[in-house]
Design a protein around this ligand. Structure first.
Ligand code: NAD
Ligand code: UGA
Length: 481
């Protein structure tokens, strides 16, 4: 029986391995992690991540051919194929701080693999890593190997949160990169055979190692660039009276452009877009390509501009101050159908409003109070470390923040509402009731274009919706960052 072990039971390791176990009943899959609470949660009825369809997949295989364990060394030693899906945060100190990937967790995983292995192994990079990481990992493994052969593959993951199970069941492609040697090609075939259980072979792309590593960074950079492009257009729409939804639709019908990923928003969030672009920028700089680095840096700059612009809209339209005013924050996750808050634009918007002394009442159907308070207290980039290694500083703004479990509770007596996540329930709130329970004038700032602007204006709200023709109230009010 082929044995697979995945180091890292996170958003990628957990769902990916659960789907491999489901689709390959004859393969034994162990997912291991240094975090005991995370593994306990994977073994309980309350999985550590919220992902539609995941519970069902885990229930079908757990205890049969899918196991979650903290016994990292035992499962690595027994495995034929070891996936590594650990954190690859942005460095906060030293060379490349604020840009380069911190490979501490990857390196320690590689050293441990070398230490405990007693048989040949295929080691698969599942985490997103800088180009040429495989070379560094190969060196660590071969210098510590005790006669054992390790073959490195790059198999980056393209799933998106909220649709992870659907993406894994029916991926646009699976990418496998390996050395162009007989051992490299043999390893590629072995991994291709795993995916071929359910992925059509023409969707399994095989490349060299560096192309696979770079393709992952390039794919995220292209996706994020589309959002920054449409968000840049949204600012111009507001200035000219054009409607960004109409512009997106018009350009998206061009088959060369396509309709997806053209929704203007308060900015993109999530654990990877910013991190991976910063990493790409750093690699370009290290390779003497400052023009290329600056091109991609601009994608992040526009994203920061969009979040600042949103905060400025809120403050300037509410008589240039939100001091002491209650603002309801609807949604905190970085997108709907996930409880993940990593790099969510809600953090920057909340921090901006707190800086202007607003009182925030925050509601998200999937995010806990503890998580929100941690996020608002944490320094940039500190979130991307195993939970027990994250700095724990109690928020200094606690008296300005309340976290509630109902949208109507958040809204009660508020001066304004900021919609930060496109949860379906925010489309269907009883906005007449909401209006009646708010201070007047009542403001709605829609960072996700979910509300019916016309209907809300008829009720009496002053509405700001990203990239839509401005409310008369907002005209001539400064919003630039
Ligand atoms: P995550 O933080 O959810 O999970 C990483 C896990 O690795 C944590 O549970 C941590 O405790 C564990 N870990 C760290 N060092 C370890 C070690 N030495 N031994 C055992 N366990 C260890 O992260 P994630 O979102 O799953 O992302 C993992 C990688 O995949 C990152 O490189 C990320 O860029 C990439 N990625 C993420 C997504 C996504 O949607 N989240 C999608 C594609 C790629
Ligand atoms: C993204 C990619 O889509 C995945 O392919 C990739 O594997 C993953 O990053 C990763 O490497 O981590 P994810 O971040 O989970 O997936 O979610 P997306 O759906 O890409 O959304 C990212 C952010 O962009 C969200 O904040 C979302 O609200 C925003 N977004 C997305 C927009 O503002 N407009 C859009 O049109 C689309």
């Amino acid at each position: 029986m082929v044995k697979i072990c995945c180091i890292g039971a996170g958003y990628v390791g957990g769902p990916t391995m659960a789907v491999i176990a489901l689709k390959c009943p004859e393969i034994e899959v162990a997912v291991v992690d240094i975090s005991t609470p995370r593994i306990s949660a994977w073994n309980s009825d309350h999985l550590p991540i919220y992902e539609p369809g995941l519970d069902d997949v885990v229930k079908q295989c757990r205890g049969k051919n899918l196991f979650f364990s903290t016994d990292v060394e035992k499962h690595v030693a027994e495995a034929d194929i070891v996936f590594v899906s650990v954190n690859t945060p942005t460095k906060t100190q030293g060379l490349g701080a604020g840009k380069a990937a911190d490979l501490t967790y990857w390196e320690s995983a590689a050293r441990m693999i070398a230490d405990v292995s007693k048989s040949d192994k295929i080691v698969v990079e599942k985490s997103t890593v800088p180009v040429k990481t495989a070379e560094a990992i190969e060196r660590i493994l071969t210098h510590n190997r005790k006669g054992i052969n390790f073959t490195i593959l790059s198999n980056p993951e393209f799933l998106a949160e909220g649709t992870a199970i659907a993406d894994l069941f029916k991926p646009d492609r699976v990418l496998i990169g390996g050395r162009e040697t007989p051992e490299g090609q043999k390893a590629i075939h072995a991994l291709r055979d795993v995916y071929a259980h359910w992925v059509p072979v023409d969707r399994i792309l095989c490349t060299n190692l560096w192309s696979a590593e770079l393709s992952k960074l390039a794919a995220n950079a292209f996706l994020a660039q589309r959002i920054s492009s449409v968000n840049a257009m949204s600012a111009l729409c507001e200035a000219t009276g054009a409607d960004v939804s109409q512009v997106s639709h018009s350009i998206g019908t061009d088959s060369r452009i396509g309709p997806k990923f053209l929704n203007a928003s308060v900015g993109f969030g999530g654990s990877c877009f910013q991190k991976d672009i910063l990493n790409l920028v750093y690699i370009c700089e290290c390779n003497g390509l400052p023009e290329v680095a600056n091109y991609w840096k601009q994608v992040i700059k526009v994203n920061d501009y969009q979040k600042n612009r949103f905060v400025n809209r809120v403050v300037s339209s509410m008589f240039n101050t939100v001091s002491g005013k209650k603002i309801a924050i609807l949604g905190f996750a970085f997108k709907k159908d996930t409880g993940d808050t990593r790099e969510t634009p809600a953090i920057d918007v909340c921090k901006g409003l707190l800086g202007d002394k607003a009182k925030l009442s925050i509601y998200d159907p999937q995010v806990s109070e503890d998580q929100i308070l941690r996020d608002l207290a944490m320094k940039k980039f500190d979130w991307d470390h195993p939970a027990h290694l994250q700095p724990l500083s109690p928020t200094s703004n606690k008296q300005q923040i309340s976290v509630v479990w109902d949208a109507y509770e958040a809204i009660k007596d508020a001066h304004g509402i900021c919609i930060m996540t496109e949860w379906d329930e925010f489309k269907n709130l009883d906005y007449k009731k909401v209006y009646d329970n708010m201070q007047k004038p009542a403001f709605v700032f829609d960072g996700r274009n979910v509300v019916d602007v016309k209907k809300l204006r008829e009720i009496g709200f002053i509405v700001y919706s990203i990239g839509k023709p401005l409310d008369a109230w907002l005209k001539d009010m400064p919003a630039v960052a």
